[in-house]
Write a protein that binds this ligand. Sequence first.
Ligand code: SAH
Length: 252
Amino acid sequence: MRHRAKARLFVEDDLGDGLTVGLAAAQAHYLQHVMRLGSGDMIALFNGRDGEWHARIDGFGRGWCSLVVEVQTRPQGTEPDIWLLFAPIKRARLDFLVQKAVELGASMLQPVMTHHTDVKRVNVERLRANVAEAAEQCERTTLPVVGEAQPLSTVLADWPAARRILLCAEAGPAQPIHHVLTADAASGSQADWAILTGPEGGFASSELDALGKLPFVTPVSLGPRILRAETAALSALVCWQSVLGDWHADRV
Ligand code: SAH
Protein backbone atom coordinates (compact mmCIF):
# COMPACT_ATOMS: atom_id res chain seq x y z
CA MET A 1 0.00 0.00 0.00
CA ARG A 2 1.57 3.26 -1.08
CA HIS A 3 1.41 5.51 1.96
CA ARG A 4 0.36 8.97 0.85
CA ALA A 5 3.02 11.61 0.91
CA LYS A 6 2.34 14.42 3.33
CA ALA A 7 2.98 17.03 0.66
CA ARG A 8 3.59 17.18 -3.10
CA LEU A 9 6.00 19.68 -4.66
CA PHE A 10 7.15 20.60 -8.16
CA VAL A 11 10.94 20.93 -8.45
CA GLU A 12 13.27 21.63 -11.41
CA ASP A 13 15.87 19.10 -10.23
CA ASP A 14 16.41 15.69 -11.77
CA LEU A 15 14.75 12.94 -9.75
CA GLY A 16 16.32 9.52 -9.25
CA ASP A 17 17.15 6.99 -6.56
CA GLY A 18 19.55 8.45 -4.02
CA LEU A 19 19.70 11.94 -5.55
CA THR A 20 19.64 14.93 -3.20
CA VAL A 21 17.22 17.78 -3.82
CA GLY A 22 17.59 21.18 -2.18
CA LEU A 23 14.47 23.31 -1.73
CA ALA A 24 14.55 27.09 -1.77
CA ALA A 25 13.16 29.21 1.04
CA ALA A 26 9.49 29.33 0.02
CA GLN A 27 9.13 25.57 -0.35
CA ALA A 28 11.26 24.89 2.73
CA HIS A 29 9.05 27.25 4.75
CA TYR A 30 5.92 25.57 3.41
CA LEU A 31 7.08 22.10 4.49
CA GLN A 32 8.43 23.15 7.89
CA HIS A 33 5.97 25.79 9.04
CA VAL A 34 2.78 25.20 7.07
CA MET A 35 2.81 21.44 6.76
CA ARG A 36 4.80 21.13 10.02
CA LEU A 37 6.99 18.39 8.64
CA GLY A 38 10.38 17.39 10.00
CA SER A 39 13.39 15.26 9.21
CA GLY A 40 12.44 11.77 8.16
CA ASP A 41 9.04 12.75 6.80
CA MET A 42 8.28 11.69 3.24
CA ILE A 43 6.95 13.97 0.51
CA ALA A 44 6.22 13.52 -3.19
CA LEU A 45 8.29 15.36 -5.81
CA PHE A 46 7.75 15.70 -9.56
CA ASN A 47 9.59 17.70 -12.21
CA GLY A 48 7.52 17.11 -15.36
CA ARG A 49 10.15 14.73 -16.76
CA ASP A 50 10.90 11.85 -14.40
CA GLY A 51 7.49 10.95 -13.02
CA GLU A 52 6.69 11.26 -9.32
CA TRP A 53 9.12 10.19 -6.59
CA HIS A 54 8.91 9.94 -2.83
CA ALA A 55 11.71 11.81 -1.08
CA ARG A 56 12.62 11.86 2.60
CA ILE A 57 13.34 15.13 4.37
CA ASP A 58 16.98 15.06 5.37
CA GLY A 59 17.06 18.36 7.24
CA PHE A 60 16.10 22.03 7.38
CA GLY A 61 18.27 25.13 7.66
CA ARG A 62 17.65 28.87 7.43
CA GLY A 63 15.68 29.12 4.19
CA TRP A 64 16.53 25.71 2.86
CA CYS A 65 15.54 22.07 3.10
CA SER A 66 17.35 19.05 1.71
CA LEU A 67 15.70 15.80 0.74
CA VAL A 68 16.96 12.43 -0.42
CA VAL A 69 15.01 10.91 -3.31
CA GLU A 70 14.06 7.31 -2.61
CA VAL A 71 11.48 5.63 -4.84
CA GLN A 72 9.47 6.37 -7.95
CA THR A 73 5.79 6.17 -7.10
CA ARG A 74 4.35 7.09 -10.50
CA PRO A 75 5.76 6.96 -14.00
CA GLN A 76 5.99 10.16 -16.03
CA GLY A 77 2.50 10.67 -17.45
CA THR A 78 1.32 12.51 -20.49
CA GLU A 79 -1.67 14.78 -20.84
CA PRO A 80 -3.79 14.97 -23.97
CA ASP A 81 -2.30 17.64 -26.21
CA ILE A 82 -4.80 20.51 -25.90
CA TRP A 83 -3.53 24.11 -26.13
CA LEU A 84 -5.40 27.07 -24.68
CA LEU A 85 -4.91 30.43 -26.35
CA PHE A 86 -6.60 33.09 -24.25
CA ALA A 87 -6.80 36.84 -24.26
CA PRO A 88 -5.58 37.82 -20.80
CA ILE A 89 -8.11 39.18 -18.34
CA LYS A 90 -7.77 40.95 -14.99
CA ARG A 91 -5.46 39.46 -12.38
CA ALA A 92 -7.71 37.53 -9.98
CA ARG A 93 -9.82 36.04 -12.77
CA LEU A 94 -6.69 35.29 -14.78
CA ASP A 95 -5.26 33.36 -11.81
CA PHE A 96 -8.55 31.44 -11.60
CA LEU A 97 -8.52 30.71 -15.35
CA VAL A 98 -4.93 29.46 -15.29
CA GLN A 99 -5.43 27.30 -12.19
CA LYS A 100 -8.55 25.64 -13.62
CA ALA A 101 -6.95 25.15 -17.04
CA VAL A 102 -4.18 23.17 -15.33
CA GLU A 103 -6.73 21.03 -13.48
CA LEU A 104 -8.52 20.49 -16.79
CA GLY A 105 -5.35 19.18 -18.38
CA ALA A 106 -4.30 21.97 -20.75
CA SER A 107 -0.86 21.17 -22.17
CA MET A 108 -0.02 24.74 -23.29
CA LEU A 109 -1.25 28.10 -22.04
CA GLN A 110 -0.62 30.95 -24.50
CA PRO A 111 -1.77 34.48 -23.61
CA VAL A 112 -2.71 36.31 -26.85
CA MET A 113 -3.27 40.07 -27.15
CA THR A 114 -6.31 40.90 -29.28
CA HIS A 115 -7.87 44.21 -30.38
CA HIS A 116 -10.01 44.61 -27.25
CA THR A 117 -7.57 43.07 -24.74
CA ASP A 118 -7.34 45.70 -22.02
CA VAL A 119 -4.55 44.00 -20.08
CA LYS A 120 -1.26 45.62 -21.12
CA ARG A 121 1.26 43.29 -19.48
CA VAL A 122 1.09 39.66 -18.38
CA ASN A 123 3.38 38.52 -15.56
CA VAL A 124 4.30 35.13 -16.96
CA GLU A 125 6.45 34.25 -13.94
CA ARG A 126 3.36 34.61 -11.76
CA LEU A 127 1.34 32.46 -14.17
CA ARG A 128 4.09 29.82 -14.09
CA ALA A 129 4.05 29.80 -10.28
CA ASN A 130 0.25 29.40 -10.32
CA VAL A 131 0.62 26.58 -12.84
CA ALA A 132 3.11 24.68 -10.67
CA GLU A 133 0.90 25.05 -7.61
CA ALA A 134 -2.17 23.84 -9.51
CA ALA A 135 -0.23 20.88 -10.91
CA GLU A 136 0.93 19.96 -7.39
CA GLN A 137 -2.67 19.99 -6.18
CA CYS A 138 -4.29 18.10 -9.06
CA GLU A 139 -1.55 15.47 -9.06
CA ARG A 140 -0.45 15.92 -12.64
CA THR A 141 3.06 14.70 -13.33
CA THR A 142 3.27 17.14 -16.25
CA LEU A 143 3.36 20.90 -16.33
CA PRO A 144 1.74 22.92 -19.12
CA VAL A 145 4.05 25.22 -21.05
CA VAL A 146 3.19 28.90 -20.44
CA GLY A 147 4.09 31.12 -23.37
CA GLU A 148 5.08 34.78 -23.17
CA ALA A 149 2.11 37.01 -24.08
CA GLN A 150 2.12 37.73 -27.82
CA PRO A 151 -0.19 39.45 -30.30
CA LEU A 152 -2.69 36.94 -31.69
CA SER A 153 -1.49 37.81 -35.21
CA THR A 154 2.07 36.80 -34.29
CA VAL A 155 0.93 33.48 -32.84
CA LEU A 156 -1.11 32.75 -35.98
CA ALA A 157 1.66 33.86 -38.36
CA ASP A 158 3.67 30.68 -37.80
CA TRP A 159 0.84 28.44 -36.67
CA PRO A 160 1.38 24.68 -37.12
CA ALA A 161 -1.21 24.01 -39.84
CA ALA A 162 -1.83 20.48 -38.54
CA ARG A 163 -3.24 21.89 -35.31
CA ARG A 164 -6.86 23.00 -35.53
CA ILE A 165 -8.22 25.93 -33.53
CA LEU A 166 -11.63 25.87 -31.87
CA LEU A 167 -12.45 29.58 -32.04
CA CYS A 168 -14.95 30.34 -29.27
CA ALA A 169 -16.98 32.92 -31.19
CA GLU A 170 -19.53 34.86 -29.19
CA ALA A 171 -20.93 36.26 -32.42
CA GLY A 172 -21.06 35.42 -36.11
CA PRO A 173 -21.48 32.03 -37.75
CA ALA A 174 -20.49 29.09 -35.54
CA GLN A 175 -21.26 25.41 -35.02
CA PRO A 176 -22.13 23.98 -31.61
CA ILE A 177 -18.82 22.90 -30.04
CA HIS A 178 -20.19 19.45 -29.26
CA HIS A 179 -21.03 18.82 -32.92
CA VAL A 180 -17.53 19.78 -34.04
CA LEU A 181 -15.85 17.60 -31.42
CA THR A 182 -18.05 14.53 -31.87
CA ALA A 183 -17.66 14.77 -35.65
CA ASP A 184 -13.89 14.83 -35.22
CA ALA A 185 -14.05 11.88 -32.82
CA ALA A 186 -16.17 9.94 -35.33
CA SER A 187 -13.76 10.74 -38.16
CA GLY A 188 -10.84 9.40 -36.10
CA SER A 189 -8.78 12.28 -37.49
CA GLN A 190 -6.44 12.40 -34.44
CA ALA A 191 -6.02 16.12 -35.17
CA ASP A 192 -4.15 18.28 -32.67
CA TRP A 193 -6.34 20.99 -31.20
CA ALA A 194 -6.21 24.41 -29.58
CA ILE A 195 -8.95 26.49 -28.00
CA LEU A 196 -9.04 30.27 -28.52
CA THR A 197 -11.06 32.64 -26.37
CA GLY A 198 -11.32 36.42 -26.46
CA PRO A 199 -11.06 39.18 -23.85
CA GLU A 200 -13.77 40.69 -21.68
CA GLY A 201 -14.59 43.02 -24.55
CA GLY A 202 -14.93 40.13 -26.96
CA PHE A 203 -13.33 39.70 -30.35
CA ALA A 204 -13.56 42.56 -32.83
CA SER A 205 -15.84 41.64 -35.73
CA SER A 206 -12.86 42.11 -38.06
CA GLU A 207 -10.96 39.55 -35.97
CA LEU A 208 -13.80 37.05 -36.16
CA ASP A 209 -14.03 37.57 -39.94
CA ALA A 210 -10.28 37.11 -40.45
CA LEU A 211 -10.10 34.11 -38.11
CA GLY A 212 -13.08 32.44 -39.79
CA LYS A 213 -11.23 32.52 -43.11
CA LEU A 214 -8.25 30.53 -41.81
CA PRO A 215 -8.42 26.88 -42.90
CA PHE A 216 -7.36 25.55 -39.50
CA VAL A 217 -9.94 27.60 -37.56
CA THR A 218 -13.42 26.33 -36.70
CA PRO A 219 -15.73 28.90 -35.05
CA VAL A 220 -17.79 27.23 -32.32
CA SER A 221 -20.67 28.32 -30.15
CA LEU A 222 -20.83 27.70 -26.40
CA GLY A 223 -24.60 28.13 -26.28
CA PRO A 224 -26.98 31.08 -26.35
CA ARG A 225 -25.64 32.97 -23.35
CA ILE A 226 -22.64 35.32 -23.30
CA LEU A 227 -20.06 33.67 -21.02
CA ARG A 228 -17.29 35.50 -19.22
CA ALA A 229 -13.92 34.82 -20.83
CA GLU A 230 -12.81 32.41 -18.11
CA THR A 231 -16.14 30.57 -18.21
CA ALA A 232 -15.82 30.18 -21.97
CA ALA A 233 -12.23 28.92 -21.88
CA LEU A 234 -12.95 26.39 -19.15
CA SER A 235 -16.24 25.25 -20.71
CA ALA A 236 -14.50 24.62 -24.03
CA LEU A 237 -11.75 22.68 -22.23
CA VAL A 238 -14.36 20.55 -20.46
CA CYS A 239 -16.13 19.79 -23.75
CA TRP A 240 -12.83 18.88 -25.41
CA GLN A 241 -11.66 16.63 -22.56
CA SER A 242 -14.99 14.84 -22.38
CA VAL A 243 -15.07 14.07 -26.14
CA LEU A 244 -11.47 13.98 -27.35
CA GLY A 245 -9.40 14.07 -24.18
CA ASP A 246 -8.80 11.77 -21.23
CA TRP A 247 -12.23 11.93 -19.62
CA HIS A 248 -13.71 9.16 -21.75
CA ALA A 249 -11.47 6.39 -20.43
CA ASP A 250 -13.11 4.04 -17.91
CA ARG A 251 -11.51 4.16 -14.49
CA VAL A 252 -10.67 0.58 -13.53
N1 SAH B 1 -18.15 41.37 -24.00
C1 SAH B 1 -18.64 40.56 -25.10
C2 SAH B 1 -18.45 39.09 -24.80
C3 SAH B 1 -17.04 38.68 -24.51
S1 SAH B 1 -17.06 37.16 -23.71
C4 SAH B 1 -20.13 40.76 -25.29
O1 SAH B 1 -20.76 41.15 -24.30
O2 SAH B 1 -20.59 40.43 -26.38
C5 SAH B 1 -15.37 36.72 -23.76
C6 SAH B 1 -15.06 35.57 -24.71
O3 SAH B 1 -15.73 34.39 -24.28
C7 SAH B 1 -15.50 35.76 -26.13
O4 SAH B 1 -14.57 36.51 -26.87
C8 SAH B 1 -15.58 34.34 -26.63
O5 SAH B 1 -14.28 33.85 -26.95
C9 SAH B 1 -16.10 33.61 -25.41
N2 SAH B 1 -17.55 33.43 -25.39
C10 SAH B 1 -18.42 33.98 -24.54
N3 SAH B 1 -19.67 33.54 -24.77
C11 SAH B 1 -19.59 32.67 -25.81
C12 SAH B 1 -20.54 31.87 -26.52
N4 SAH B 1 -21.84 31.87 -26.19
N5 SAH B 1 -20.11 31.10 -27.55
C13 SAH B 1 -18.79 31.09 -27.88
N6 SAH B 1 -17.84 31.82 -27.25
C14 SAH B 1 -18.24 32.61 -26.22
